[in-house]
Design a protein around this ligand. Sequence first.
Ligand SMILES: Nc1ncnc2c1ncn2[C@@H]1O[C@H](COP(=O)(O)O)[C@@H](O)[C@H]1OP(=O)(O)O
Ligand SMILES: [Mg+2]
Ligand SMILES: [Mg+2]
Ligand SMILES: [Mg+2]
Length: 391
Amino acid sequence: MNTATVWLRARSITIGSDWRVCEARIRRSGRRCCSSSPFLSSMAYEKELAAAKKAAALAARLCQKVQKALLQSDVHSKSDKSPVTVADYGSQALVSLILERELPSETFSLVAEEDSGDLRKESGQDTLKRITELVNDTLTGEGLNGFSSLTTNDVLKAIDNGKSDGGSVGRHWVLDPIDGTKGFVRGDQYAIALALLHDGKVVLGVLACPNLPLASIGSNQTHSSSNEVGCLFFAKVGDGSYMQALGGSTQTRVHVCDTDNPEEASFFESFEAAHSSHDLSSSIAEKLGVKAPPVRIDSQAKYGALSRGDGAIYLRFPHKGYREKIWDHAAGSIVVTEAGGICMDAAGNPLDFSKGKFLDVVSGIIVTNQKLMPSLLRAVKEALNEKASSL
Ligand SMILES: Nc1ncnc2c1ncn2[C@@H]1O[C@H](COP(=O)(O)O)[C@@H](O)[C@H]1OP(=O)(O)O
Ligand SMILES: [Mg+2]
Ligand SMILES: [Mg+2]
Ligand SMILES: [Mg+2]
């Protein structure tokens, strides 16, 4: 399946024609906002950003290779029954290796989703060999011969570099090697999401979205004149958000849609109803006055699309008992906030990435622009109260 077909399959519902309106308003206002802490200079984190872009783009290559030729034997189930593929492991190994090589002076701390537990078992040996081959092929394919052929042990070690617990002190890299594994397996959207925390705050983020079109989704308005897919979003605190083609192109600065009119706003939500309550978001959208149908896509590609104004709202309401992880939101949140948006939990609290692996949020996560947030919060409160009283 080629990438264009992949995208067509992913577009269950499209964005309305409001994009042009948003774009025109953004151009007129020229406004942007940022959520940076004053102690962080925009000159900081240059080399870290370069390393993160390189690592995420290389991991995307590996994932694209696997998605094209995905074999059922490449997909496994973790203990929580969620899927994991050779590409999730391979991507994590690659990012870990590249960051260590590019930033040798760092005391390296990486909080990442996968671990090597299942690969160390007898039953994991064939999978481990396949991952090792993939990692070696991707490195040599990109001319990165500085790594002599890696052994299975090197790969296990690289994956397990991601065992840090994060926290509120110092620097911690945060990685989701494939965010949206279900979308990846289906042939749809997914992202490689990499962020850096400094003293509990996200200071940079990179989102590689190999199947996301460069052109705005669901509209004729383009960020690019081609039909190309594959976007790399990146942001550094205080420095704005940017997008470029994964294949390499000049970067363009992106801004969220800044409409204050819910009737012009469309909203993103999970493709998987098991990940986020579609009923609740539909009730919120109705209370807010949103007319457009939901745009359902997998992964943090939603944050990327939102950061460039493809839609104005992202609603995420996981079902009872699910705990959000920092790697599912760290990169996406800085890409959106540096593009002028705001991310909060459903009670209006900012997201706190300083508490370790988990992101403890009240009820859900909502993302939009500054103008719509107050009315969105009111609609969320009303919908949650209604839901509670109907139980
Ligand atoms: N039961 C669940 N509820 C909510 N999110 C989940 C659940 N299971 C996995 N996820 C995670 O939700 C994110 C994708 O959400 P969506 O595509 O719906 O926005 C992924 O991080 C996925 O993990 P993973 O990184 O393993 O794919
Ligand atoms: Mg997973
Ligand atoms: Mg994830
Ligand atoms: Mg993942």
